[in-house]
Design a protein around this ligand. Structure first.
Ligand code: PBG
Length: 325
C-alpha cells in the first residue's frame, strides 16, 4: 500500500484541524504599543504606519477606555515629547510626560497592565538612548552615566503606577541597576521585562517617524548586530542573571531562529516585538491588494508562538482582539 502515511487524514474538516492545532493565540498573549504626544489637540495619523495614530495626551483617558473595551489587556506606552534635551531629563521629572501618561493610563483602567518603555531616545534632542559624552577622545553614548539616569527614570515610572518596567536602551548592566533601584525605592514587586535581545534594525524605521525621533547617526554601538545569533542568546541570559523577570527578542519575524534558541535555554516568560517595519510591510502590501491582512497577521503571530514566544507586542493587537481569532 502506498502511501503508508496519510497526514491529510487530520486535515479533513475545520473541527479536526482545530483539534490537532499545536499553537493558538489568545487575548492573554497580546500587548498593544501606543504613542502618546503632549501638547497637541487632535490625534495625528502616522503616514508610515497606516491605522496607527499619535494620541493627544489630553485624550489618553478616553482612548485607554476604548482600547480596554476592545479587549486589550496590556499596553506599552511611548511618549512623544515636546521637552527634549541632551539627557532626556523630562523622564526624570515626577510631572514629566512619562509619569503623567502612566498615571493617566493606570487610573483610567486599573486592571489594564501598563508597561513603560524605559529609554531616553524619545526625550533627547539627539535621539540617542542615553547620555552623550567623550570617552577615548570620541563622542559616544556613555554607558554608566546613562545607567545612573535610568535608575532614576524607572523609579519615576514605578511611582506613577507602571505595572511592568521595560528597559529598551541596551546599556550593559541596566537590568541589575534597575532591579536595585526599584527595590531601594520600595518597588520590589514591580517586574522587569527586559528588551534583552534587541538588534540595531532597519525595521524600526517607521517607529522613528512615529515617535518623532530625529536620530543623529545610528545605534550600532549599543544595539546588537543583526548578524549575531550566539551573542543574541548571551544578551538575554545576561539579563536573566541580572534579575529580569521576562525576556524579549526584537524585531520578530526576521529573528525567529533567535527566539527559538533563547526559548531552548531559558525557563523565563519570553516576549517578542513585532516592530513598526513589520507592521508597515503587511499594511502597505494589504493596501495594495497583494495580500490578505488578517490571515497574514495571524500567520505571523502564530509563527511567534510556534518559535517559543509567550507574549507578543504588536500594533495589530487591537485589530486582532476586535475581529476575534
Ligand atoms: C526605544 C525603542 C525603539 C523601539 C521600541 N523602543 C526604537 C529604537 O530602538 O530605535 C522600536 C519599536 C518599533 O519599531 O516598533 N529605544
Amino acid at each position: 500500500m502506498f502511501p503508508t502515511t496519510r497526514l491529510r487524514r487530520l486535515r479533513r474538516s475545520d473541527a479536526l484541524r482545530s483539534l490537532v492545532r499545536e499553537t493558538t493565540i489568545t487575548p492573554h498573549d497580546l500587548i498593544l504599543p501606543i504613542f502618546v504626544e503632549e501638547g497637541i489637540d487632535s490625534s495625528v495619523l502616522i503616514a508610515e504606519m497606516p491605522g496607527v495614530s499619535r494620541i493627544p495626551e489630553a485624550q489618553l483617558a478616553r482612548e485607554i477606555e476604548a482600547i480596554a473595551r476592545d479587549g486589550v489587556r496590556a499596553v506599552m506606552l511611548f511618549g512623544i515629547s515636546h521637552h527634549k534635551d541632551g539627557t532626556g531629563s523630562d523622564t526624570l521629572d515626577a510631572d514629566g510626560l512619562l509619569a503623567r501618561m502612566t498615571r493617566t493610563a493606570k487610573s483610567t483602567v486599573p486592571e489594564l497592565v501598563v508597561m513603560t518603555d524605559n529609554c531616553f531616545c524619545e526625550y533627547t534632542d539627539h535621539g540617542h538612548c542615553g547620555v552623550i559624552g567623550y570617552a577615548g577622545g570620541e563622542a559616544q553614548v556613555l554607558n554608566d552615566p546613562t545607567l545612573k539616569n535610568l535608575a532614576r527614570q524607572v523609579v519615576i515610572a514605578a511611582d506613577a503606577g507602571a505595572d511592568v518596567i521595560a528597559p529598551s536602551g541596551m546599556m550593559d548592566g541596566q537590568i541589575g541597576v534597575i532591579r536595585s533601584a526599584l527595590d531601594g525605592a520600595g518597588h520590589a514587586s514591580v517586574p522587569i521585562m527586559a528588551y534583552s535581545t534587541k538588534f540595531a534594525s532597519a525595521f524600526y524605521g517607521p517607529f522613528r517617524a512615529a515617535s518623532g525621533c530625529d536620530l543623529q547617526g545610528d545605534r550600532k554601538t549599543y544595539q546588537m548586530d543583526p548578524m549575531n545569533g550566539r551573542e543574541a542568546v548571551r544578551e538575554s541570559l545576561e539579563d536573566e542573571a541580572e534579575g529580569a523577570d521576562m525576556l524579549m527578542v526584537k524585531p520578530g519575524l526576521a529573528y525567529l531562529d533567535v527566539l527559538a534558541s533563547i526559548r531552548a535555554r531559558t525557563l523565563m516568560p519570553l516576549a517578542v516585538y513585532q516592530v513598526s517595519g513589520e507592521y508597515a510591510m503587511i499594511k502597505f502590501a494589504a493596501q495594495a491588494g497583494a495580500l490578505d491582512e488578517q490571515r497574514v497577521v495571524r500567520e505571523t503571530l502564530g509563527a511567534f508562538k510556534r518559535a517559543g514566544a509567550d507574549l507578543i507586542l504588536s500594533y495589530f493587537a487591537r485589530d486582532v482582539l476586535r475581529e476575534g481569532f
